[in-house]
Design a protein around this ligand. Structure first.
Ligand code: AMP
Ligand code: MG
Length: 401
């Protein structure tokens, strides 16, 4: 058996960053930038009012209450056609350009307009610059908006479009094929024959890929047949950036995934000192990373979390500090028992945040076939080799949500 960190290093070393592309802002959410973006213009582009109210000369309202003549109205979206002279105010709407002459805005709540609409009484004095949003206060021309390695969130996309930038250089989503293998697998709601089970891994893995920001490609469910698996893998590497296979990588007589991958790829077969997900195949087929994940449903998901997700995030340009799920310290709220076996166990737990700590409780049955507990889990508790952890013990938690 090899330590987890060593297996993860091998996987990450085989996952190369994808070539950068240009995408439209509408397709860029979650992608990672490759360039420094500099602001080509000012944001806001001009001095404008943060409030509906009256643009005034601050000196005119120093002795408020005071009554001023209304010189006109300035809506948002058009340049002002009036100048505010001494003794005057201009009615102004949020976002509108501050007119020449004015140096402050009084919000409408502090004013009263005369019945004939020609005069306004300002109740309070305001300082110069009051409620004025200055040109360039958010971004100035030539300022760094963000650098390479930035994950584009909805906010970033808003910033880009606020600058008139509708395209951005990024790493693409990884196109990742998923293939399940096994003669026992069936798809569909029909009654199962004795010995059959339903193919759940493929659907789980496709969803995990989508959740991880990849583009999932369904390569179907294949029989334990050497030719079929060989053809499926060949077709997969031609159209994908990476492949995930489920099943057929253990020591069984019909584990043809192993046989075929050995023939067509440069594979490492690892026994990782973890439970679940001890067996892992990883290697390159025509330069494409292939993850041979175990067939047991919980193992398949844990293997995805510990190996495939970090490798795929690296390929998509994420900074190394965020390849892995966040690891936080928490407290054991219910005993997490195990036996000594030389492996690190990843217990499926539910965490609750209270009194400044995460508290972890078992999410249910801990067998590698008991997918319902994995589904209910929002973290994996790292239970080191030994007899387990007791209530109140500190525990490392890999947060999955
Ligand atoms: P294998 O790795 O092929 O030896 O499979 C290990 C266990 O996982 C067996 O009990 C399989 O029936 C089960 N298994 C394999 N593939 C899937 C799948 N796609 N969905 C659900 N269970 C599976
Ligand atoms: Mg099998």
């Amino acid at each position: 058996m090899i330590p987890l960190a060593e297996a993860q290093e091998r996987v990450l070393a085989g996952c190369e960053v994808l070539d950068e592309i240009t995408v439209a802002v509408g397709d860029a959410r979650g992608l990672v930038t490759t360039e420094t973006v500099l602001a080509p213009e000012l944001v806001p582009p001009f001095d404008n009012t943060a409030m509906d109210g009256f643009a005034v000369r601050s000196a005119d309202v120093a002795d408020a209450p005071v009554t001023l003549g209304i010189a006109g109205t300035i809506p948002a979206g058009v340049p002002p056609d009036i100048t505010v002279e001494a003794g005057q105010a201009a009615r102004i709407m949020t976002g509108a350009v501050i007119p020449p002459g004015a140096d402050a805005v009084v919000m409408v709540e502090l004013t009263e307009t005369s019945a004939d609409g020609t005069e306004v009484t300002v109740a309070q004095s305001v300082p110069e610059g009051n409620h004025i949003r200055r040109a360039g206060e958010d971004l100035t021309v030539g300022q760094t908006v963000f650098g390479p390695g930035e994950v584009l969130t909805p906010g970033h996309l808003g910033v880009l479009t606020s600058l008139g930038m509708y395209q951005v250089r990024v790493r693409p989503k990884a196109r990742v094929g998923v293939m399940s293998t096994g003669d026992e697998l069936v798809e569909g709601p029909q009654a199962l024959e004795k010995g059959q089970i339903r193919d759940s891994n493929r659907h789980t893995l496709l969803a995990l890929l989508a959740e991880s920001g990849c583009e999932p490609v369904d390569l179907g469910s294949l029989a334990d047949d050497e030719d079929e698996i060989s053809a499926g893998l060949q077709a997969g590497v031609e159209k994908c950036d990476a492949l995930l296979t489920s099943g057929g990588v253990s020591m069984g007589d019909y584990d043809y995934v192993k046989k075929v991958l050995n023939e067509i790829g440069d594979m490492s077969w690892m026994q990782v000192a973890i439970k679940p997900a001890k067996p892992l195949a990883f290697g390159l087929v025509q330069g494409i990373p292939v993850f041979g994940l175990p067939g047991n449903p919980v193992s398949s998901m844990v293997s995805f979390e510990l190996f495939a997700r970090p490798g795929l995030r690296k390929m998509m340009g994420h900074p190394s500090g965020s390849w892995h799920r966040p690891l936080v310290m928490g407290l054991v709220a219910e005993p997490l028992r195990r036996r000594s076996d030389g492996k690190t166990h990843f217990a499926r737990v539910r965490v609750e945040y209270a009194d400044g700590h995460y508290h972890a409780r078992s999410a249910g049955g801990q067998g590698s076939h008991q997918l319902s507990a994995m589904a209910a889990a929002d973290a994996l508790a790292v239970v080191p080799d030994g007899e387990g952890l007791d209530v109140g013990d500190p525990v490392s938690l890999l947060i999955l949500r």
